[in-house]
Every structure is written in structure tokens, then in C-alpha cells.
Design a protein around this ligand. Structure first.
Ligand code: FES
Ligand code: FES
Length: 216
């Protein structure tokens, strides 16, 4: 009895090893056994179709040429039609002040002004911005060594910790002030609610926007 109990696991292991499919054997069986077809998402797809799609994917992506002003400087660029304004700014123009947090419109870290209006640059197609005037955190200060009043207010109010959200907070705050949405702390909170801060600096951010808007 004892011998049988001890023998069973090794027998089972032998069976398991012999028949357990591996990733390699499954792929081999699928490609060889069904005449070069493969299974994608539960459906069988002919190999030539996949090959054609891969060829398209490997080709030059559709692109467009546009001219726009960023922080007062005119740029003429060729962009992938699928590229976001955020990627244009960061990858092509080297303006990395605008941050990529969620890349999905949920955090506000990428906020910039387009023709004076605040937008999530991660959700804005670059190719649609022909003739636009874009302002990023890099172009906010007047250029004479002084900071923009809201940048100074963030320092005065100690309104950041890690700083990752800060460029987006400041650009959104500038938009908030320009839109006249600073009548009360509650109004600022409401109209800045699209900008998240993982460090939880909200109270001081609201104070900073109030300081820049009303000098207090
Ligand atoms: S990176 Fe654009 S909203 Fe988060
Ligand atoms: S200061 Fe760290 S996320 Fe806002």
C-alpha cells in the first residue's frame, strides 16, 4: 500500500509531462495542423490576411503637415495623423514641461492653452491645429526673468510637493483666472477639478490661484 501511494505521484507526473501542451506545441499545432491559419481572439484568421495587415502596419503611417505657433515661435512640422499635441510638444519640439500622466484625459497633467483655452493636450490631435497658438508652461513667464504671477503664487503658497502635476495645474489655473471662475474657493475647486494632484496639495493650489486672481 505504502509503495503504491509513493508510486502514484511519479506516475501522474509522467502522464502530465507527456500530454501537457506547451505554448510552443500549441502554436506549432495551430500553424501546421490547420493549413497555416492562426487563432486570434477565438477566431481563425488566414495567415495571408494577417500578413497584409502587418505589411500595412509596417508601412509609413499617414501624416500631415501643419504650421502652428508654440509660445510665440512658429513651427512647421510633419506629424503622424494619430499623434497628440502632447507628443508633438514633448517628442518633436522638446518641450517636456507638459507632463504625460494618464494619457487619457483623466488627470490634467498635460494641460496647455490652445488659442487661449485650456485643453488636455493628450486628447488633442496635433494635425488639427493648423494656425493655432499654443501656450505651454515654458512660455508662461514674461521672459524678463520674472515668473508669471501664478507661478510665483505656487511658490509663495507652497502649492506643490513632487511637482509632477504642477505645470498642468498652473496652466489650468491661468485658464481658470482668464475665464473668471475664481469668485470663491469653491468655484476654483470646481473649475480646477479636472487637475489631479497625487500629493494632495489642493488647499494650497486653490490659495495660489486666489492669490494670482485677486492678489491675496
Ligand atoms: S495626461 Fe492628459 S489628462 Fe492625463
Ligand atoms: S505635487 Fe505631486 S502630484 Fe501634485
Amino acid at each position: 500500500m505504502e509503495e503504491r501511494i509513493l508510486a502514484e505521484p511519479s506516475d501522474a507526473a509522467a502522464v502530465s509531462t507527456e500530454f501537457e501542451p506547451t505554448r510552443r506545441t500549441v502554436i506549432a499545432a495551430m500553424t501546421a495542423g490547420v493549413g497555416g491559419a492562426v487563432v486570434v481572439g477565438g477566431s481563425t484568421v488566414a495567415a495571408p490576411v494577417l500578413a497584409a495587415e502587418e505589411a500595412v502596419a509596417a508601412g509609413t503611417p499617414p501624416s500631415g503637415r501643419l504650421s502652428l505657433a508654440v509660445n510665440g515661435e512658429r513651427h512647421t512640422v510633419t506629424v503622424d495623423n494619430r499623434a497628440s499635441l502632447l507628443d508633438l510638444l514633448r517628442e518633436q519640439l522638446g518641450l517636456t514641461g507638459s507632463k504625460k500622466g494618464c494619457n487619457a484625459g483623466a488627470c490634467g497633467a498635460c494641460t496647455v492653452l490652445v488659442d487661449g483655452r485650456r485643453v488636455n493636450s493628450c486628447l488633442t490631435l496635433a494635425v488639427r491645429l493648423e494656425g493655432a497658438e499654443v501656450t505651454t508652461i515654458e512660455g508662461l513667464a514674461p521672459g524678463d526673468g520674472d515668473l508669471h504671477p501664478l507661478q510665483q503664487a505656487f511658490i509663495d503658497q507652497d502649492a506643490f510637493q513632487c511637482g509632477f502635476c504642477t505645470p498642468g495645474q498652473i496652466m489650468s489655473g491661468v485658464g481658470c483666472i482668464q475665464e473668471g471662475r475664481t469668485g470663491s474657493a469653491a468655484e476654483v475647486r470646481e473649475w480646477m477639478s479636472g487637475n489631479l494632484c497625487r500629493c494632495g496639495c489642493y488647499v494650497k493650489i486653490v490659495r495660489a490661484v486666489g492669490q494670482a486672481a485677486h492678489g491675496k
